[in-house]
Design a protein around this ligand. Structure first.
Ligand SMILES: C[S@@+](CC[C@H](N)C(=O)[O-])C[C@H]1O[C@@H](n2cnc3c(N)ncnc32)[C@H](O)[C@@H]1O
Length: 349
């Protein structure tokens, strides 16, 4: 079973702006009838509680003056709706026009768990869900593909497995600036997170939004990476490194990881469009590889970065890409940011 993995995103975009005087948990539904409310506390497996507590304590100690409110979207401009075509199920759309860069939602997880737990441990844990958490969890979609059903015979699969598998984000955990001397909490490398609202957002190979975990607040944030019109679908990318894969390989990967046949706008386009897109993605693979260890001088490196930027723009890909090499992704993110400092708003493509 696999889950969304933030990979580089959690590395590049982690923000450790510590705050925490305000209530850590909020109700995402405060002023929207369309979004469900988050439970007041995430439901965390016992093995992860010391780690999460240490993370939040470290955050609370760090910066009392940081304004937490800028990270809370009191009224997310989002609407969950039931999609008729092309793929059934629920989706999220913009409830008003959205500007590039807007923070759309910042949400605490409903559940936090670790992969590889035994069925018994999973059952003990999920039996303790509050009625509202249970309701939110069981209202989410679940996998129904052959792989997921086959996996039910295995030891670590309980009745929530197909829901967790369809909706969970597996994220790399940050190293904690430990508040205690000598008493290290266990430091797992990954944990899985599920969100009542964000888990409704569908995947696209040309996503309109990026997402990143703000570990200091334990919130997943979703940002618009381009202007979005009222009524347009909100989408994110479920798997890193899809940007350098041709359409068939992307489809295969999404199918084997999540069990669905990708029906995003790009994957549903004509063979001609797909061929052009595959060609651009191949060029991106070559360019990004050439940045790594090829002994390019500064000028050549900037040229290659610029080339990547142009190809991405032609592809209509607006989020920051995750290449095979994490360092290349980080360098490209920095390049885009630095370049942006020299370009007046609106001039950039
Ligand atoms: C995290 S949920 C997204 C919300 C979901 N559509 C719902 O009804 O709640 C993931 C599931 O949505 C569907 N899905 C998401 N993106 C898709 C895509 N690009 N193509 C086809 N199905 C997709 C798949 O069934 C997948 O297992």
């Amino acid at each position: 079973m696999s889950f969304f993995r933030s990979g580089v995103r959690s590395g590049v975009f982690n923000r450790f702006r510590f705050a925490g005087r305000r209530s850590l948990f909020f109700n995402a539904a405060a002023s929207s009838t369309q979004l469900v409310g988050s439970s007041s506390m995430p439901h965390i497996v016992p093995s992860l509680i010391p780690y999460i507590m240490a993370l939040l304590l470290a955050s609370a100690n760090d910066n009392e003056n940081c304004d937490d409110m800028e990270h809370i979207v009191a009224s997310p401009p989002l609407e969950v709706y039931s999609r008729q075509t092309p793929n059934a199920g629920m989706a999220v759309k913009a409830s008003r026009d959205i500007r590039r860069g807007e923070l759309l939602i910042s949400e605490h997880p409903l559940l936090i768990w670790q992969e590889g737990m035994s069925k018994t441990d999973l059952r003990q844990w999920t039996d303790q869900l509050t009625p509202s958490a249970r309701k939110a969890l069981f209202s989410l979609s679940q996998r129904s593909d052959a792989l997921a059903i086959e996996a039910e015979d295995k030891d670590n699969v309980d009745e929530t497995a197909r829901i967790r598998s369809a909706n969970g984000f597996e994220l790399e955990l940050p190293a904690i600036p430990l508040p205690f001397n000598g008493r290290l909490p266990p430091q797992p490398s990954y944990a899985s997170f599920l969100f009542a609202n964000i888990s409704r957002i569908n995947h696209s190979c040309l996503p309109s939004c990026g997402h990143a975990m703000d570990w200091s607040r334990l919130r997943l944030e979703v940002f618009a990476m381009r202007d979005i019109q009222q009524g347009e679908d909100i989408s994110i990318e479920y798997i890193p490194q899809l940007i350098t894969l041709p359409s068939q390989e992307r489809k295969d990967k999404l199918k084997s990881t999540f069990g669905f046949d990708c029906a995003c706008a790009l994957c549903s386009s004509s063979p001609d469009v797909l061929q052009q897109s595959d060609k651009r993605r191949e060029q991106l693979k070559v360019s990004s590889r050439s940045l790594f260890g090829a002994g390019l001088n500064r000028q050549q490196m900037i040229g290659e970065m610029e080339r990547i930027r142009t190809i991405l723009s032609d592809e209509g890909y607006n989020v920051l890409p995750e290449f095979e090499q994490e360092n290349v992704s980080k360098a490209y993110a920095m390049f885009v940011q630095m370049r942006g400092n020299y370009i007046k708003d609106g001039e950039d493509r």
